[in-house]
Design a protein around this ligand. Structure first.
Ligand SMILES: NC(=O)c1ccc[n+]([C@@H]2O[C@H](COP(=O)([O-])OP(=O)(O)OC[C@H]3O[C@@H](n4cnc5c(N)ncnc54)[C@H](O)[C@@H]3O)[C@@H](O)[C@H]2O)c1
Length: 299
């Protein structure tokens, strides 16, 4: 298999921006495309704010952030961005039909031997791979948020992914200073995301049912794990619209009403309360109370 040197990131939102800079920081040639020309610049400002709020940073020295970001080559056309790719990471919104459309384009435009990965939080590659002519080179690589200390990625194959593809992804993830989490049998939620999903579902249930104030769940989690934030802050960071879409994918798959995202979450989204990116979610930004002194003791 061709060694991975050139990485193309498609979609420069919350995660795409972080993946592109992480790969540039570790010596890869990074090409990138987003239909919104200012996506990369805008998102960097937001990611830097998230670093401040979480008091976490990337695996490389923060002082080098701008220099690494400057190495990412932005393109105004997808075809130009894909021209020399060895690995493509798709990071567009969490919707299976959009991802299938993008993957059909990636298959048409990327070099024939390029690997095609989706960063989806919940959609197994087996639901996407059939639009390509290279299912053996398609896989899930699910990064968390490397810029705020979550330097790990789930790696999962679909129905035809070759062992060489999975091994190449493992080497790639490790080379970025991230922990590769290998999924041995396809499952919704990959490795750690299914654990986080159980925490998230129960947290939403407790909040929606009015059993506890969401802040107390964050306080409990922070005290128990020693982390600087809890599940509700993390959902704000991810984006409540993304959280809703992910929960819906679990629900559509199981049809179990207990898996349905709560109506109050839908109402928050309808009011534009999407989390950090909107300035309001469960908390208000840029100065959420969970990052203030005294929060843990209930101040
Ligand atoms: N937000 C998180 O913490 C997180 C964590 C892990 C995985 N993910 C996954 O990563 C993916 C992206 O999530 P996000 O939070 O970065 O979303 P986002 O909404 O922040 O960014 C999505 C970006 O994709 C761009 N885009 C839309 N259509 C496109 C197209 N056809 N081609 C190229 N770019 C296009 C948008 O302009 C936007 O900049 C989703 O599948 C999500 O589940 C997100």
């Amino acid at each position: 298999m061709k060694p991975i040197k050139n990485v193309c990131v498609v979609g420069l939102g919350t995660l795409g921006t972080q993946i592109a800079i992480q790969a540039a920081a570790y010596g890869y040639n990074v090409d990138a495309y987003d239909p919104k020309p200012d996506a990369f610049a805008t998102m960097q400002t937001k990611v830097k704010a998230a670093m401040q709020m979480t008091r976490k940073g990337p695996t490389f020295p923060m002082a080098l952030w701008d220099a690494h970001a400057a190495k990412v080559r932005l393109h105004s056309s997808l075809a130009a961005a894909l021209l020399t790719a060895d690995l493509v990471v798709e990071v567009v919104p969490e919707d299976v039909e959009s991802k299938r459309k993008v993957f059909a384009e990636l298959d048409r435009l990327a070099p024939i031997d390029a690997l095609l990965a989706t960063n989806s939080s919940s959609i197994p590659i087996s639901r996407i791979e059939s639009v390509t002519t290279r299912p053996e080179k398609c896989l899930n690589i699910h990064f968390y948020q490397p810029a705020v200390g979550m330097n790990m990625a789930d790696i999962m194959g679909g129905s035809k992914t070759s062992p060489e593809t999975l091994q190449a992804a493992r080497v790639f993830v490790r080379s970025l200073g991230c922990v590769p989490l290998m999924v041995q049998k396809e499952t919704l939620g990959f490795c750690f995301n299914s654990i986080w999903r159980a925490v998230k579902r129960q947290s939403l249930y407790m909040w929606d049912g009015g059993f506890v104030d969401f802040r107390d769940i964050d306080r409990a989690w922070m005290t128990f794990t020693g982390m600087t934030y809890g599940p509700f802050f993390l959902m704000d960071l991810v984006g409540l619209d993304i959280i809703y879409a992910i929960e819906n994918i679990y629900f559509e798959s199981s049809q179990d009403p207990r898996d349905a995202p709560p109506a109050s979450l839908k109402q928050k989204i309808a009011r534009g309360e999407l989390g950090v990116k909107a300035g309001i979610g469960f908390y208000k930004y840029p100065d959420p109370e969970c990052t203030r002194e005294g929060f843990l003791l209930g101040a």
